[in-house]
Design a protein around this ligand. Structure first.
Ligand code: URA
Length: 446
């Protein structure tokens, strides 16, 4: 702060509450105070709620995001040769694409040094999923991380604790004060971490629908545009896919169950929606890294799956990070739970709608996610969906299989699951998997 400038947090809150834009010095004062603890949580929360209601101007959002990125280490990936790519999902249910996309892209010759997060609320996190593989280390020191990416082209680890610490603080407060689903707050949260993580190209997967933080296509596209603008403004090639999260992605929800489905995708027998999304995201990353046109890159991706290179790369990454890769060949043992319960349909009709957030919550209730900050995850808990939106169901058909270590957790989760489904007598129209692609040229609706 220049000499002579003195701020009071209450003035900053009032200014935002009344709809004005904060300047760079006020933002720096707030972010510094938030990280060093000099601003109390109640004032931070009040400002977050003011931002939730008033939004942020473009310049203000850019300053806010950069201040958050610079609140911790800015990782320098220059020790890794070549173009480095990164991808990030805004969070969904059954979204295991990172675990498939990272080895596919590496198998096609583009490096990916990826830091991922843990589950948040009803959404799962890649780090929790990978930790279901016995021995897999999600914490590597910087040298080992760089060395692994230089040697095998890929590493997926947890975020270093000093990556955008302002986001950690703000996210935890947003989570408990109802200010998560805000476009500027999500955009700055994600992009501060992406800018600090140092990749050259960033691909965002903005989820849209009942299982996403953004419920409408308009909001999801607006979020995608903000994030692309922040990335491009900071010299990163940035693109965003806006994808359907009104039904869970693939069939499996839960940590080991999702690893299992990734193995299916990498072996060329994954569910159609998940396979398509993994192929498109991987090909787009290859294209962004200059490997060819989109159709050439799709061919490269499919070949890497067909000839086993993508699966081998996943195995190589698991081994390099201390994981027991033999579980990938014994998937029944790997995902076997003490309790395995078939949830049957109590009526006949078409499934017309799935409240995907509630389904994510049901999986968490079985032990797949955290109820409190210190909950311990049951890696094998979760749900395998047998019927999804658009499917015809007869009474007593198996809707889903629930996996848990504790039988007592079944009934509340089943109740939540039944409540998440709506039925119709007519087959509902099928919905798209990708709604739009956003880049520096604008929005292309599909
Ligand atoms: N993921 C993040 O990292 N931050 C958000 O605010 C939402 C999803």
């Amino acid at each position: 702060m220049p000499d002579g400038m003195h701020f009071r947090m209450v003035d900053i809150i009032r200014k935002k509450r009344d709809g004005a834009s904060l300047n760079r010095e006020e933002i720096k004062y707030f972010i510094d105070g938030c990280v060093n603890g000099s601003i109390p949580n109640y004032q931070t929360s009040a400002l977050l709620m003011a931002i939730y209601f008033q939004g942020m101007a473009d310049r203000e959002l850019a300053d806010f995001t950069l201040a958050m990125a610079h609140s911790g280490v800015m990782i320098d990936l220059s020790q890794i040769q070549g173009i480095k790519v990164d991808k990030h999902s805004t969070g969904g249910v059954g979204d295991k694409t990172t675990m498939a996309v990272a080895p596919i892209v590496a198998a096609c010759g583009v490096k990916i040094a990826k830091m991922s997060g843990r589950g948040l609320g009803h959404t799962g996190g890649t780090v929790d999923k990978l930790e279901s593989i016995p021995g897999y280390r999600t914490v590597l020191d910087k040298e080992s991380f760089f060395k692994q990416v230089n040697e095998i082209g890929v590493s997926v680890i947890g975020q270093s604790s000093n990556l955008a610490p302002a986001d950690k603080k703000l996210y935890a407060l947003r989570d408990v004060t109802g200010s998560v689903p805000s476009i500027p707050l999500i955009a700055s949260s994600i992009m501060s971490k992406k800018l600090a993580a140092g990749a050259d190209c960033i691909l965002l997967d903005v989820k849209c629908g009942s299982g996403a933080f953004m419920k409408s296509e308009t909001d999801a596209i607006a979020l995608a545009q903000k994030m692309v603008a922040i990335g491009e403004h900071n010299g990163k090639r940035t693109m965003a896919y806006v994808t359907n999260m009104s039904t869970p992605l693939g069939q499996n929800i839960g940590n080991a169950l999702e690893v299992r489905e990734v193995v299916d995708v990498l072996n060329g027998r994954g569910p159609e929606d998940l396979t398509q999304e993994c192929e498109e995201l991987s090909a787009t990353l290859l294209m962004m890294a200059g490997k060819g046109t989109m159709s050439e890159c799709i061919d490269m991706v499919r070949n890497s799956i067909r000839d086993g290179r993508a699966m081998n790369k996943f195995r190589e990454m698991v081994k390099a990070q201390g994981g027991d890769a033999s579980v990938l060949d014994n998937l029944d043992d790997f995902t076997r739970s003490a309790v395995c319960y078939e949830v049957k349909a109590i009526r006949t009709g078409y499934i017309s709608y799935m409240d995907t957030e509630a389904i994510g919550v049901a999986s968490t209730m079985l032990g797949a996610g955290r109820e409190t900050l210190d909950s311990v995850i049951d890696p094998k808990a979760g749900i395998r969906l047998c019927k999804k939106t658009g499917d015809r169901v007869n009474k007593d058909d198996i809707l889903a299989v629930f996996y848990t270590a504790n039988e007592d957790l079944l009934s509340p989760a089943i109740e939540r699951y039944y409540g998440a489904l709506s039925y119709s007598q007519q087959k509902p129209e099928s919905s798209k998997l990708v709604y739009a692609i956003v880049d520096s040229n604008g929005v292309r609706k599909l």
